[in-house]
Design a protein around this ligand. Sequence first.
Ligand code: ATP
Ligand code: MG
Length: 558
Amino acid sequence: MPPAAPERSDFIRDIVAADVAARRVETAITRFPPEPNGYLHIGHAKSICLNFGIAGEFGGRCHLRFDDTNPVKEEQEYIDAIERDVRWLGFDWGAHLYHASDYFEQLYDWAVHLVRNGDAYVDDLSADEIREHRGTLTEPGRDSPWRDRPIVESLDLFARMRAGEFPNGARVLRAKIDMASPNINLRDPVLYRILHATHPRTGDAWRIYPTYDMAHGQSDAIEGVTHSICTLEFEAHRPLYDWLVEHLPVPSRPRQYEFARLNLTHTVLSKRLLLRLVTEGHVRGWDDPRMPTISGLRRRGFPAEGIRDFATEIGVTKADTVVEIGQLEHAVRDVLNRVAPRRFGVLDPLKLVIENYPAGQVEEMDVVNNPEDPSAGSRTVAFGRELWIERDDFLEEPPPKFFRLAPGREVRLRAAYFITCREVIKDAAGRVIELRCTYDPATRGGDSPDGRRPKATLHWVSAAHAVPAEVRLYEHLFTPPDPGADGRDLLADLNPDSETVVTGARLEPSLASAPVGEPVQFERLGYFCADPDSRPGALVFNRTLTLKDTWAKLQAKA
Ligand code: ATP
Ligand code: MG
């Protein structure tokens, strides 16, 4: 069966399609190769969607391969989180879960192969000396004095490096390529270094570990990867990738292709910097709802579908650009608007008493769950004499364009009744603490038989039935669009208002059992979801996004 034509094209999909058409490859075999030294972020999501997307479209497969060659920085916690996050994004590697560490024995044999052929040597220079010999972009490097040591000597030393005879940094294995190459990656790159460190998978079996360059392409070749897709910073490594594949008896010939990494405004996408935010306590952890990590976005309430849509919309190119974070939020709002049931929640409650409503009476009001989705049906919400409304829906002295509640004014309580404010009660400090109102019993359900149309419709909850909750309001983690740019201290760019904790919110009772992470819209306020910190009797909700879509507005103007 011919592979289905991809829905959207880009230069990488074009290459894959041409390779399949010309029968250079049978199908597309790709891989997503995270290093388990941190949590995945939205940039990784772009790469995941690309690699798994292509494999799916061409009827091939995508491997999840842990690039676990640096035991010093890698942890099981990260491995588990990465698997969870890729699955949550909606992708499945099936039986194809691999680790570069699965290939350590094979990689070692191939390193020995290079030494035997005179293509690699053990170098006794220190890391600093190697750097000094490397030259610069404008000057060639210099040969190491150990470059031409006898092959047998390198073989012996390499075996003893493996056996753990030498301390960290005492020696390295280097490819013997060209110290004068204009490409610094070809100036006898390091292939193995000594690291006395326990590896999460291989334990203490190894005292030497391969470098990225030694491990990556060879892992691709072992797995039969056809298109090894990575970000542009590896473009200059491609000649080395190809050199190694050519100089080793590898079972297949993978090819590397590079695309531009994702950059987002108001965001840092570097695991090093994200780790710093976590370890220095500037956020609640890797999954803090303000973090651009997949687990943070999930906790915040971003649906996987919205993240996948975003990846499709930004496409894949070789041009280095910075994407507006508003574009991600726009894609997420599109999904939430479709799927999130509407609920009533009051963040800053103001008591409203309906004087002519019988004390003790409760009516179950029928409220539509989602006007965008008739199949979502409706629910009942209890209504009574005492309600909570949003404090900023009332002003004692309303300016001209304020149409919400004010003394003497009539507004609609959504799906309930029209009410008119009759009296304002204040505390000793002059702060409004209660509104005394009347309702019109003829307006049940929110419609008036005489065609009266109040200019505002407010959300509300019944004071006798509402459940209290903590609500965490989130804004961008960084104030400027380009955090840490122009030599500024990254921490100085943190947004001091990125999290606001609201403690006295009142929610409609159905929200007491809202499953963690499941999106809801608090009418008029935004999209929210229950946080994992939420407990029965101590509910915690996160604001995913407000309803205001500034990106869509900008697009409409452009
Ligand atoms: P960081 O720079 O944050 O440390 P990394 O590139 O070192 O990330 P890896 O675990 O090596 O992290 O990345 C796995 C894959 O994800 C690689 O193929 C890498 O090219 C890709 N990737 C990483 N960051 C981005 C990004 N911002 N946009 C697109 N792809 C990315
Ligand atoms: Mg990397």
